[in-house]
Ligand binder design. Sequence first.
Ligand code: NAD
Length: 551
Amino acid sequence: MSGPRPVRAARGTELSTRGWQQEAALRMLQNNLDPEVAEHPDKLVVYGGTGKAARDWRSYDAMVRTLQTLKQDETMLVQSGRPVGVMQTHEWAPRVLIANSNLVGDWANWEEFRRLEALGLTMYGQMTAGSWIYIGTQGILQGTYETFSAVAAKKFGGTLAGTITLTAGLGGMGGAQPLAVTMNDGVALCIDCDPRAIDRRIEHRYLDVKADSLDHALQLAVEARDARRPLSIGVLGNAAELVPQLLAMNAPIDIVTDQTSAHDPLAYLPVGIDFDDMADYAAEKPADFTTRARESMARHVEAMVGFQDAGAEVFDYGNSIRGEAQLAGYTRAFDFPGFVPAYIRPLFCEGKGPFRWAALSGDPKDIAATDKAMLDLFPENESLARWIKMAGERVHFQGLPARICWLGYGERDKAGERFNEMVADGTLQAPLAIGRDHLDCGSVASPYRETEAMLDGSDAIADWPLLNAMVNVASGASWVSLHHGGGVGMGRSIHAGQVTVADGTALAGEKIRRVLTNDPGMGVIRHVDAGYDIAESVAEDRGVRVPMREE
Ligand code: NAD
């Protein structure tokens, strides 16, 4: 078989592989492609524009076959979504090593990438698509929720009640925005040009209602705002038209951001092209499409700057729209900040980031049990308790049940070891895959996002993600990935990820302790090195060794 077909991971405890480490990799690969999880599963596209889990269906079949026969002392090597070798290693080594979308510096642009992709030589792995730890829109929900909480704390007295947030993009990640805003008691007005994306978010309960027109959307938003009632509203249209229109109407918008797929100019709909013609146009005239998309992004960003001039809180939400607008000649594109320097960096200094786990049993009861364990483990952490409670009530699982929870240095290992004990003593029905987004504290170099405006100017230093991947391999992760171009596009980021399986064995416990200490430890040392005081005190208090501070 080598064509599109529905894919779904097995549930339960029966293995089709030689061990849980391999089984976890297989199930998570398949889970990424589950139609409930992936945005365009027939094209192997999971999320984030064209972020794929496998290069083509033949490669997918070969990966499944290989994982099913892979031994405990073997490692499968994946080069941009295609399995290219099996090497004899040892039981502490990862079962899978993945390198996706990497290009040599001078060649690291979309044009060259697409030339190579058309030759069948590479694929775009985004962050968690090609590394098999995407868990649906929930994966970004807590981070988005925390970001909007930080906005509320900074400017609106700790709540978004009585405010209107304007954004665009209701895709795999962007779809978390409406729920994150309403979880903070605000009103969200969300534009998308794809009616399917709007309907999908309503179906998954991330979005409340769909408006008939822009006027209708604004009317609903103002009514809800005046009643201080949380509400999220989807409206169909092109953000490059509707955002400037709202500005011209003097719409009472308090917060503006955006999560269209701007990182990839072939995934952003230019003004003047019908959504239905978008894919064909992009395929037939990529250069023309790119120019027009960038021009539209310039108009979109210009309107965002206009809202900022009018007093709104405006930030870039990690899709590189400022960079694209600048390429189109708009000079004020960087007048508003990215969300990391604006709200997230202090968390990174503590080694905090989007820790997540998936229940390989497929049973939501396993996630409920881990939720409870988290509350027992960290009773003093109020925001975590609030999040776990809300997530338990409001998050619709996509594919294998999973949970995300931002945890820091000294916390992730504790949670992981407890989960492993719960597998061992039968509290959980099957093992857990424990991983994270590549968007983490010490795993990325991305000057338009995670490493924007570093204190010491080290934004573009890419040694850190390489060290991060190496330390995870050396510490016993189950699979490790090293990608280029995720989040913000080709030439703009290098990032690494790991997944470690809690299968209830003592060996897994040893690996988990090391990986889940060292991985967030990279965030602490990266920020100590850049001169952040918070990171220095975390290192001091929690015993992270930094040789240059030991003189
Ligand atoms: P996606 O491809 O699943 O969705 C993008 C959506 O944008 C689609 O629904 C598409 O119809 C819509 N869109 C495209 N052009 C538009 C236009 N002109 N007007 C209105 N809607 C338009 O992508 P995603 O996974 O949701 O990711 C969105 C962006 O956010 C990407 O650039 C991604 O790299 C970035 N991202 C940010 C974070 C973060 O933490 N901030 C995390 C992951 C991804």
